[in-house]
Design a protein around this ligand. Structure first.
Ligand code: PEP
Ligand code: MG
Length: 839
C-alpha cells in the first residue's frame, strides 16, 4: 500500500490538531491533520497534485494528490472575516502543482493583528479513505520539510494482511421483494453504525460500507439478488449473522395479503391520448370530485461560497440538529406508517456518506447549504441512475430532507400548514412527505402527480388516511389550470378533466352512497357493540402511541385491549423512568376518556433488542429471552413499569397484560411483585392481571393459568408462529402462516373453554381479530372481546351487529373440523352471506 509524504506548506511550529483554538478543527470534524503556527508568509503545495478549490476569501486552499488524498490548508482561524485582505493568490482552481510550488502569500503582520489566531490547520479531509501514519509535531519545521505520512485507509500492510487472513464473508440472498430500499437500508445502517468495526456489502460488482443507508441503497439490491457481506474476525462473523437476520426479517412477498396497487415503471403509463382523461398509476383507491390546485414549490436559492469552514461546519451541524429534533418529536406521536417514514428520514439526516460529502465540500470553501444540496443531489442522481423505479421513489425522501435542512440553514420557519382551497385536488410534479403532512386534511379531496410512484412514502401516507391518489400520470397533469373541475377516479386510475354536468352528478351520487355506508358504519361505531341476538361483544383497539388512541376513539373503540409499551423503550439511550412512563400512560388513559386501558408489560428481547439492555447473543431469539422472561430476568425494569401503571388515574381504568406466558409460576411472581408495590404505594384498589395466550404451552394449560389471572388475551401472531413452527417474519412461509389453521383454531377453542369454565373473560388481540372473515368463528368459539387495528372498528362492529351467536357457533364447529387453513377460508367465504341477518 503506497504511502505519500506531505511536506510542510509553511515554516513554523508544528503542533497536534487538538491544540486548535476552534472545536471544528480540534474535534476533527473536517478530518485529521496537524497545526502549523507560521513564521513564514508563503504557503507551498504539500505534494504534487491539483488545486481543487480556493475559498472566496482566499484564506483556504485544497489540493488533491495523485492518489486522491485531499489536503486542506486553512491559513489562520476566522480569517474568512478578512474577506481576502492580506492574501495574494498564485494559483487558481484547477492549477496543476508540484510539491513546493507557491500557492499563496499572506501578510503575516496583518493576520497577527486582525485574525483570531495564525495557526494553520493542515487537514486530510477525506479521512474515510486515507489515514495519517505519522506526523511531525512538537517541533520546528521549515516549509518543504516532511510533515505527514499518509496512506490509503486499508491500514498498514501487516494490518491489512491480518484483516485479510481473518476476513469472513457470507453470501446472503435478499428475498424481500422490494430489495434493499430505504427502510431496510436504514435498519441495516442503524445496526452497522453501532459496531466498532466496518462491514462491507458487495453487490452488483460494487461495494459499500453499510454504515451509510444511502451507500447501501445505491448498490441497487433487488429482491432475489445475492449479496456478499464481509467483515473481519469472530465479531465480524457475529455481525454478519445479524445482518443476515435483519435481511431475512424484512417483510417478504405475501400472496395472502390484499392485492397491492398496480405497479408500472414510472413514466410508462400513458401514451398521450385524450387530455381530458389522464391515466395514471393507482396509489390510493377512491373517488373524489374537486377543483385543481397546482402546488408549486420554488427551489430554495443557495449561495455557493462559504463564510469560512468553521462557520459553515457549525451551521450544518446546527441545521441537522434542528431537523433531527423536529423529526424525533414528530416520530413520537406519529401513527405507525408515518413513524416508519420519519425514521427513514432520521437515518438520512445522519447518513455517514451524505454528511462526509457535505463536510468535504465545506472544507473546500463552499457554503453549508450548497454543500448539503450537492451531497444530496449526487446521491439522488446515483439512486435514480439505477433504473429501479422502487429505489427511484426513495429519491423523494432524500430531496425532502434536502429541503428540510436547507430551510433550517436559512433560518426559515418550517411549513407546518399549506393553505389549500376547499375540495382541492392537488396537482404537482411530485409531492414530498413533509408537504403531504402540511396539507389541510379537511380540505384535501385527492392528489394527482405527474411523477412519483405507488410505493413512494407519499403514496403510503395517502393510502393510510384514505386520500384518493394517482401517481405517474405524466406531464399533462401540469397543464391543467388552477380551479378546473376534476373527477379523480382512483378505482379506475383516471383523472377526468373538466367533466360535463352529467358526469359530475353521477360521480357525486357514487361518492354520496359510499359516504353514507361508511358514515352509517362510523356513527353506529360509537354504539356499544352487540350481536344481532343481543350478545355484548367488546371491540377494543390495539395501540402503540397517544396519536393512535385519539384516532381509535373517533373510530368507535370501546377501550384499548393491547397497549404495546415497546414504543416507549425503543430508540433511546436509557429506559424511561417511572415519571415519564406514568405521564405517557396517563395521557393515553385520558385520551380514552374512562374506557378500559390494557397495558402490556414490556415485550422486548429476541427480535426487538434495546441498547441499554445487553441481552446475551442468542442462537434463536424467538425462543430465547422474550416477553415476561426478559422482565423477570431484569425485574427492576418490570418494577418501574408496574409502579407507573398502578398510579394511573382513575384507579381501575388500567389492567395489566403479561406477554409470552408459558407457566403459572411466571404469573405468580408478577402478582407478588404487584402486591408489594401496592403496599409500598398505599394503593388499596386491585389491579386486574391478564395473561397473553400466545404460546402453545399457555393454551394447553389455560385451565391452570385461569386460576391465576383475571382474563386471557390471545395473541395469534405468536401463537401461530409457535404452533406451526414457522417464523412470523419468514418471507417464503408468509402465505402459509395463517392463524385460521385448524391447529391454531383448536388452541383458541381450548383457551376459550378454559376461560368459560373458570369464568374468565377471553379476548383476542392478535392479528386474526382484525380479519373480518375470521370474526364469526371467533365469536362462535366464545370470545367476547376483540382488540383490533383502529381503522377496521366501524366495519367489524357493523358486521357483528348482523351475526347471531347460534350461527357463529355451528360455523366454528365446522371450521374446527377442516383439514387446512385454505379449507377453513373456503368455508368462511361460502357461508359469509348466509350468516348475516338482514338489517
Ligand atoms: C401476538 O403475538 O399476537 C401479539 C398481539 O403480540 P405481538 O404481535 O406484539 O407480538
Ligand atoms: Mg406476541
Amino acid at each position: 500500500m503506497s504511502r505519500l509524504t506531505l511536506s510542510s506548506p509553511l515554516s513554523g511550529w508544528s503542533a497536534p490538531l487538538d491544540e486548535a483554538p476552534d472545536a471544528v478543527f480540534a474535534q476533527r470534524m473536517l478530518g485529521d491533520g496537524v497545526l502549523i503556527d507560521p513564521t513564514g508568509n508563503e504557503l507551498l503545495a504539500p505534494c504534487d497534485g491539483e488545486v481543487v478549490s480556493i475559498a472566496a476569501s482566499h484564506h483556504a486552499i485544497a489540493v488533491r494528490a495523485a492518489n486522491g488524498a485531499e489536503i486542506l490548508l486553512h491559513v489562520g482561524i476566522d480569517t474568512v472575516a478578512l474577506a481576502g485582505k492580506g492574501f495574494e493568490l498564485h494559483v487558481a482552481a484547477g492549477t496543476k502543482v508540484r510539491k513546493g510550488d507557491r500557492l499563496l502569500t499572506f501578510d503575516l503582520a496583518l493576520l497577527a493583528r486582525e485574525a483570531t489566531s495564525l495557526v494553520t490547520p493542515v487537514i486530510v479531509t477525506n479521512g474515510d479513505r486515507f489515514e495519517i501514519v505519522s506526523a511531525q509535531t512538537g517541533c520546528e519545521v521549515a516549509a518543504g520539510d516532511a510533515l505527514l505520512e499518509i496512506q490509503p485507509l486499508a491500514g498498514t500492510a501487516a494490518k491489512q494482511a491480518k484483516a485479510e487472513a481473518e476476513r469472513v464473508s457470507e453470501k446472503i440472498r435478499v428475498e424481500h421483494e422490494h430489495g434493499i430500499h430505504a427502510r431496510p437500508a436504514a435498519l441495516i445502517a442503524n445496526f452497522a453504525k453501532a459496531l466498532p468495526f466496518d462491514l462491507e456489502v458487495i453487490a452488483n460488482g460494487r461495494s459499500a460500507n453499510p454504515r451509510s443507508a444511502v451507500a447501501l441503497m445505491s448498490l441497487g439490491i433487488r429482491g432475489g439478488d445475492e449479496i456478499v457481506v464481509a467483515a473481519s474476525g469472530a465479531e465480524g462473523a457475529a455481525a454478519i449473522a445479524e445482518v443476515r437476520r435483519l435481511i431475512h426479517s424484512l417483510e417478504g412477498p405475501n400472496p395472502a395479503k390484499a392485492k397491492p396497487a398496480e405497479i408500472r415503471p414510472i413514466g410508462a403509463v400513458s401514451a398521450p391520448t385524450d387530455p381530458s382523461r389522464i391515466k395514471g398509476v393507482i396509489a390510493s383507491r377512491g373517488l373524489a370530485i374537486g377543483a385543481a390546485f397546482y402546488l408549486r414549490e420554488a427551489e430554495i436559492a443557495v449561495v455557493e461560497a462559504g463564510a469560512g469552514v468553521a462557520h459553515e461546519s457549525a451551521e450544518l451541524e446546527r441545521a441537522r440538529g434542528e431537523v433531527r429534533q423536529r423529526l424525533q418529536a414528530l416520530a413520537k406521536e406519529a401513527a405507525a406508517t408515518a413513524k416508519e417514514i420519519i425514521t427513514a428520514h432520521l437515518e438520512f439526516v445522519d447518513d455517514w456518506e451524505l454528511v462526509a460529502a457535505a463536510r468535504r465540500s465545506i472544507a473546500h470553501g463552499k457554503s453549508a447549504a450548497f454543500s448539503w444540496r450537492r451531497a444530496v443531489r449526487d446521491s439522488a442522481d446515483a439512486l435514480k441512475a439505477l433504473g429501479d423505479p422502487r429505489i427511484a421513489e426513495r429519491v423523494d425522501d432524500l430531496l425532502d430532507l434536502e429541503r428540510q435542512v436547507l430551510v433550517a440553514l436559512l433560518g426559515q420557519t418550517p411549513t407546518t400548514q399549506i393553505e389549500i382551497p376547499d375540495r382541492a385536488v392537488i396537482l404537482a410534479e411530485d409531492l414530498k412527505p413533509s408537504q403531504f403532512v402540511s396539507l389541510d386534511a379537511r380540505k384535501l379531496a385527492g392528489i394527482c402527480l405527474a411523477a412519483g410512484g405507488p410505493t413512494s412514502h407519499v403514496s403510503i401516507l395517502a393510502a393510510a388516511v384514505g386520500v384518493p391518489t394517482l401517481v405517474a400520470a405524466g406531464p399533462a397533469v401540469l397543464g391543467i389550470e388552477d380551479g378546473t373541475a376534476l373527477i379523480l377516479d382512483t378505482e379506475q386510475g383516471v383523472l377526468r378533466v373538466a367533466p360535463d354536468q352529467g358526469e359530475l352528478a353521477s360521480a357525486e351520487r357514487t361518492i354520496a352512497a359510499r359516504r353514507q355506508r361508511q358514515s352509517a358504519e362510523r356513527s353506529a361505531a360509537q354504539n356499544l357493540c352487540r350481536t344481532a341476538d343481543g350478545k355484548r361483544i367488546e371491540v377494543f383497539a390495539n395501540l402503540g402511541s397517544l396519536g393512535e388512541a385519539t384516532h381509535a376513539v373517533a373510530q368507535g373503540a370501546e377501550g384499548c385491549g393491547l397497549l404495546r409499551t415497546e414504543f416507549l423503550f425503543l430508540e433511546r439511550e436509557q429506559a424511561p423512568d417511572e415519571r415519564e412512563q406514568l405521564r405517557r400512560y396517563q395521557e393515553i388513559a385520558d385520551a380514552l376518556t374512562g374506557r378500559p386501558l390494557i397495558i402490556r408489560t414490556l415485550d422486548i428481547g429476541g427480535d426487538k433488542p434495546i441498547p441499554y439492555l445487553p441481552l446475551p447473543a442468542e442462537e434463536n431469539p424467538a425462543l430465547g429471552l422474550r416477553g415476561i422472561r426478559t422482565s423477570l430476568w431484569q425485574p427492576d425494569l418490570l418494577r418501574v413499569q408496574l409502579r407507573a401503571v398502578l398510579q394511573v388515574q382513575p384507579a381501575g381504568q388500567c389492567r395489566v397484560l403479561l406477554p409470552m406466558i408459558t407457566d403459572v409460576a411466571e404469573v405468580r411472581i408478577v402478582r407478588k411483585l404487584i402486591d408489594e408495590i401496592r403496599r409500598e404505594l398505599g394503593i388499596t384498589t386491585t389491579l386486574q392481571v391478564g395473561a397473553m395466550i400466545e404460546t402453545p404451552a399457555s393454551a394447553a394449560i389455560a385451565d391452570q393459568i385461569a386460576r391465576e389471572v383475571d382474563f386471557f388475551s390471545i395473541g395469534t401472531n405468536d401463537l401461530t408462529q409457535y404452533t406451526l413452527a414457522m417464523d412470523r417474519g419468514h418471507a417464503d412461509l408468509a402465505a402459509r402462516i395463517d392463524a385460521l389453521h385448524p391447529a391454531v383454531l383448536r388452541l383458541i377453542a381450548m383457551t376459550a373453554e378454559a376461560g368459560a369454565r373458570h369464568n374468565r373473560l377471553v379476548a383476542m388481540c392478535g392479528g386474526l381479530a382484525s380479519d373480518p372473515a375470521a370474526v364469526p368463528v371467533l365469536l362462535g368459539l366464545g370470545l367476547t372481546e376483540l382488540s383490533v387495528v383502529p381503522s377496521i372498528i366501524p366495519q367489524l362492529k357493523h358486521l357483528i351487529s348482523r351475526l347471531t351467536l347460534d350461527a357463529c357457533r355451528s360455523l366454528a364447529q365446522r371450521a374446527l373440523a377442516q383439514e387446512s387453513s385454505e379449507a377453513v377460508r373456503s368455508l368462511l367465504a361460502e357461508t359469509s352471506n348466509e350468516l348475516k341477518v338482514a338489517l
